[in-house]
Design a protein around this ligand. Structure first.
Ligand SMILES: [Zn+2]
Length: 191
């Protein structure tokens, strides 16, 4: 008679799943808008998240670093990327994005306001600021809906690591034909 031993390894994810989905939402939106150097980093016990080359974000739970270059539409593009965290969380948990902007997306809401201030300072009137906000909000939601499975794939990877460097993000997202960075995502979303 032989004895069989089954050893089961279980690994508790380091992240709450909704947080992984949130950061993956930012990362996929950044990727589709042509951003490079995308990294996802989980904050330490002092709420500081570190990226490569000395990048630091403080007072946060997690962060998605990226570089965008589209100068002409950068306010709209940056806003879409900022909204994408709460939009992804909204699809996952069904919680209202407006409520999420006061909770997990608090930092994003602050950055969105900074972009609106910048828009105001460049001469935009209040109606134009509201229109830009509304446009970024709905385009971001549309993006997250269209690329939901790609976000889930990255969230699954994110869930088990406290840091995902750009080369890993690139090799994962680069595998999907849908993640081709060559097309104009804004045009696609507005079509
Ligand atoms: Zn966020």
């Amino acid at each position: 008679m032989s004895e069989a031993v089954i050893i089961e390894f279980s690994r508790k994810p380091l992240w709450k799943r909704s947080m992984a989905v949130h950061e993956a939402g930012h990362a996929v939106a950044a990727w589709l808008n042509g951003a490079i150097n995308i990294e996802i980093s989980l904050a330490d016990e002092f709420r500081i998240a570190k990226g490569s080359s000395g990048k630091i974000s403080d007072d946060c739970r997690a962060v998605c670093f990226h570089d965008t270059y589209n100068a002409r539409t950068y306010i709209l593009v940056d806003m879409i990327i900022l909204f994408a965290g709460v939009m992804a969380e909204h699809l996952y948990s069904d919680e209202d994005p407006k409520i999420l902007l006061k909770k997990s997306g608090r930092g994003d809401a602050v950055d969105i306001q900074k972009l609106l201030d910048e828009h105001r300072q460049s001469g935009a009137i209040e109606d134009e600021c509201q229109a830009l906000y509304g446009r970024a909000y709905s385009l971001s939601l549309e993006l997250v809906k269209r690329y939901w499975w790609e976000i889930i794939a990255l969230a699954k990877l994110t869930e088990n690591f406290n840091y995902i460097p750009y080369n890993k993000i690139r090799s994962l997202l680069g595998m999907f034909p849908s993640m081709n960075q060559g097309f104009n995502i804004l045009k696609e979303l507005e079509a």
